[in-house]
Design a protein around this ligand. Structure first.
Ligand code: 13P
Length: 340
């Protein structure tokens, strides 16, 4: 394992208070988001959307890394330049989603296990040759009656750790993403318990598989009440409990944490990250950053609507969210920024 290449990539991804733009939706997920606003669900439309994102002027001032999907890393932009080349030329580190999706877990109604380990070593070597320097694997955990089960937690943690070890062998920084889902009416306290249990399992397995903690990034959920829970705690409460849970479970050797947005509104995702950094930054062993998909892309997607004439407006909205989140890394995001 080449430790230097891993730690150099991690340093680049967390430098200058920047963060990550996740644009690695699988084709079905991307199509679902397109269909909601009447955008055609074609390869060309997906290409045009991703091209719009990466050609946003000034993106590299706020975004240090982008996570791509396999289709995108092989595509050329509208002017014929390979999309990955545009990203690298902007000074942004290219990453790639390498899991094959969360599949129903046999014998475990309501639970999923993420697949994709078969042939992963060879796929990682190819992505490295193409210019990717980090990767992502997402496991999902629903909260419900009796779930997540021990077997679901362990199977997903084991797969995440084996993926992470293979990434490091190939010179790619693994983003380890165990996501406790927001769907449902569970309370903040239930989410806290499940998040802590999940992260404990993940770090046991990462250590077991000899993953270099200094050469990885954790991408967790924030600790949040379910979307349908009648009690929705304040930004301060969410920030406090999230930092407390991470402090209990994430080793100090991990250099950085980049949250997923998970269905939060764009504004709340910025406000909560901001409060964590404002209140705790000087006391935390790891950097707290963002690796949002929906909370950065959604406002821009709604402006774009698949129309060329809307490209500049959509890019402006994208850059705005990127700037808000960069400010949130410094604890300098304010609601007033939304009025500009
Ligand atoms: P969201 O920010 O939309 O949750 O997406 C992050 C991600 O990468 C999901 O895997």
């Amino acid at each position: 394992m080449n430790r230097q290449i891993l730690t150099d990539t991690v340093d680049r991804l967390f430098a200058d208070n920047k963060g990550l733009l996740a644009m690695d939706e699988s084709n079905p997920t991307c199509n679902k988001r397109f269909s909601k606003i009447g955008i055609p669900q074609t390869e060309e439309a997906r290409r045009n959307w991703r091209d719009l994102l990466v050609t946003t002027p000034g993106l590299g001032e706020c975004i240090s890394g982008t996570i791509l999907y396999d289709e995108t890393i092989r595509q050329n932009g509208r002017d014929g330049t390979p999309i990955i080349e545009t990203i690298i030329n902007e000074g942004i580190v290219a990453g790639i989603k390498v899991d094959k999706g969360a599949k129903l877990m046999a014998g475990h109604p309501g639970e999923k296990v993420t697949e994709g380990l078969d042939g992963l070593r060879e796929r990682l070597q190819e992505y490295f040759r193409m210019g990717a320097r980090f990767a992502k694997w997402r496991a999902v955990f629903a909260i419900g009656h009796g779930i997540p089960s021990r077997s679901c937690l362990e199977a997903n943690a084991h797969a995440l750790a084996r993926y992470a070890a293979l990434c490091q062998e190939a010179g790619l920084v693994p983003i380890v993403e165990p996501e406790v889902l927001m769907d449902g009416n569970h309370t903040l306290e239930q989410c806290r318990k499940v998040t802590e249990e999940t992260l404990r399992n993940v770090f046991i397995q990462l250590n077991c598989q000899r993953v270099l903690l200094e050469g990885m990034i954790l991408k967790p959920n924030m600790v949040l009440p379910g979307l349908a829970c009648p009690t929705q705690e304040s930004v301060d409460e969410v920030a406090n409990i999230t930092v407390k849970s991470l402090g209990r479970t994430v080793p100090a050797a991990v250099p950085g944490i980049a949250f997923l947005s998970g269905g939060q509104s764009a504004e709340l995702a910025s406000a909560r990250l901001n409060t964590m950094n404002l209140r705790f930054n000087s006391r935390l062993p790891w950097a707290l950053a963002f690796s949002y998909a929906r909370a950065i892309q959604q406002p821009a997607l709604e402006i774009w609507q698949g129309k060329d004439a809307n490209v500049p407006g959509a890019q402006k909205a994208l850059l705005h969210r990127a700037k808000c989140n960069r400010a949130a890394r410094r604890g300098e995001y304010t609601a007033a920024m939304e009025k500009i």
